[in-house]
Ligand binder design. Sequence first.
Ligand code: ZN
Ligand code: ZN
Length: 289
Amino acid sequence: MRVRVSKVGLCSTDLALARGYMGFRGVPGHEFVGVALEGALRGRRVVGEINAACGCCPTCLAGGDRHCPRRSVLGILGRPGALAEELRLPARNLREVPDSVGDDAAVFTEPLAAALALAEACALVPGARALVVGDGKLGLLCAHVLARAGLAVTLAGRHPERNGLTGVVVEHVGPLERSGGGFDLAVEASGDPDALPALLPRVRPRGTVVLKSTTERATRVELAPLVVDELRLVGSRCGRFEPALAVLASGTITVERLIVARYALSDAERAFEHAARRGTLKVLIEVHP
Ligand SMILES: [Zn+2]
Ligand SMILES: [Zn+2]
C-alpha cells in the first residue's frame, strides 16, 4: 500500500546505516507517520510496522513474523524507507493513528514499541529494581516503560537534565559507575560496546540483562560471571505497534519533548549531520508537515 509520508524520525540505526552498517543502500527512514493513499485506511493517518514478513513460512505461521527469514525491513533491509514523498508497506503492516495522537507523537510509535517490547523479553515485576544504561532516546523510553510498569528504575547516562522529559521521573545517577548494584534487571540501551561488561557485575544472581541496542564495534565480555551467577541475557529488538499507540493515546507520555530539531526533506543531509552530533535527541524530517 502506498503511504504519503508526513514526518520521519531519525534514529541511531539510520545513522549507522548511513555509515555502511549492514551494507544498506537506498532510501533510509523507518520511523514515520503518513497518510494512506490506498486500501481500507485510504485518507487516514497511519504508522507502519517496519518488518514486512512473507506470512507463509513456518516462522510466520508460528507468529514470529518479525523474524521471518524472507522479511524485508522498511529503510533497513531490502525495502526503500520513509525518507521520500511516498513509501510502500503491506496493508497488514499499517495501523491507523488515533485522532488524539498528533503527528509529532505518532512518529515515536516505532521506538516506543521497541521499548514496550521489554515486556516480551522478561517479566516486569512491580517493585523490582531496574538499571537502564543510556539516557538517549531509547534509554529514556525504556526507563519510562519500566517506571510505568511499577519497577524502581535507576537511569545511568550523561544527561541528568533529561530526567522527566517523557513524563516520569526516575533516579538518574549520572555515569554508570555510580549506579550501585544488586539489580534484578538491567537494560543496555546506550549502544556503547563497553556498557555490557560494566553493567554485568551490577546485576544480582539469577537477574536478567536485556540488550536493546546494537553496537557497531564488537563487545568483549567475560562470560564466566553469567554462568556463576546464572544470569539471563536476552536480546530484544522491535515491538508491536498496538500497545505503543495505546500508550500514546493515553497521554501518559510526552514523547514530543524529545524532539530537538526539524528539517525539510531537501535538507536531509543537514538533518543527518545534526542527528549524528553527540548527545542529540530526536531530529525529525518533515516531508509533508
Ligand atoms: Zn529506529
Ligand atoms: Zn515468513
